[in-house]
Design a protein around this ligand. Structure first.
Ligand SMILES: CC(C)(COP(=O)(O)OP(=O)(O)OC[C@H]1O[C@@H](n2cnc3c(N)ncnc32)[C@H](O)[C@@H]1OP(=O)(O)O)[C@@H](O)C(=O)NCCC(=O)NCCS
Length: 245
């Protein structure tokens, strides 16, 4: 039997399996984004039709992904600031009774042992279809390029232009989007902001931050800025806005 897709909320029997799969592959700090924390409960409640699981014939999850609906006029100027801002805009639009027209794909994840087989493209397509059914004609995504963590010193505006000899993006996740016909719009300089105390950051990163200053942290797309005086650590992560439909 082939791959089937389900609305996440309708398969509570798979939630334990999903938790295990979807907590893997991420650095700990990614779970400490206060803006996302503030809106995530309402995102799950309001937009459950846009959170999908791909499941094989044996009811094993192979991939998951979710998005939120926003209103966007199609111009780069009016794009949401990034991931955090898209969640905020989607929730506020919904609460104010506004009409969305654009799906923002917020995350997609493929089970680790099945990566590199094109499942992400299937996931993105199913999400875009779910958006279309909900009347969302445009599809955009603040993409978190998987290779960017190896180049935390490079501005995203440069990184996104890097190509392989064959002309395809150097970054594998950007390549997947481009192969599907998506095009890059611009960097989302402040897509996610992760904050915590210095002790929090030492815990999340598994390394010490003895001085104030900027640090390279494994898995982070930019530098983590530590302020010992105010006992604060902050990571402002850039993403890349891409447009599908
Ligand atoms: C990013 C992700 C969704 C891509 O899914 P996927 O199904 O593996 O995507 P594809 O099969 O289209 O592979 C894309 C490219 O990455 C390469 N690739 C995939 N997994 C790889 C791995 N583990 N190591 C090295 N390269 C890999 C593929 O070979 C392919 O390269 P190609 O263009 O030369 O063919 C998946 O890797 C993932 O879930 N990562 C963890 C979560 C994440 O970072 N999500 C994105 C942010 S929301």
């Amino acid at each position: 039997m082939g791959i089937r897709s389900f609305i996440f909320a309708e398969r509570s029997d798979l939630h334990q399996q999903a938790n295990k799969i979807f907590s893997a592959d991420w650095p700990e700090f990614i779970f400490h984004d206060p803006v996302a924390d503030q809106y995530m409960g309402r995102v799950r409640e309001f937009f459950e039709d846009m959170s999908l699981l791909l499941v094989d014939g044996d009811d094993q999850i192979v991939a998951g992904g979710w998005g939120v609906p926003v209103r966007w006029d199609g111009t780069a100027d009016k794009l949401p600031g990034g991931y955090d801002d898209a969640l905020r805009q989607a929730v506020e639009l919904h609460e104010n009774g506004g009409r969305p027209d654009t799906l923002v794909i917020a995350a997609a994840q493929v089970r680790r042992d099945l990566q590199g087989q094109g499942l992400a493209a299937q996931m993105l397509r199913r999400l875009a279809d779910a958006g279309e059914q909900a009347g969302l004609t445009r599809v955009i995504a603040p993409v978190r390029p998987t290779l960017k963590a190896r180049y935390p010193l490079t501005p995203m505006g440069r990184f996104m232009t890097w190509t392989r000899p064959d002309g395809a993006p150097l970054d594998p996740w950007l390549r997947t989007h481009q192969r599907m016909g998506a095009h890059m719009l611009c960097p989302a300089e402040r897509s996610m902001v992760m904050t915590g105390s210095v002790a929090d950051w030492e815990n999340w990163a598994g390394m010490a931050f003895p001085d104030s200053g900027s640090y390279v942290v494994p898995g982070a797309l930019a530098l983590v800025v530590i302020d010992q005086v105010h006992d604060l650590g902050e990571l402002i992560e850039p993403n890349v806005w891409v447009q599908h439909r």
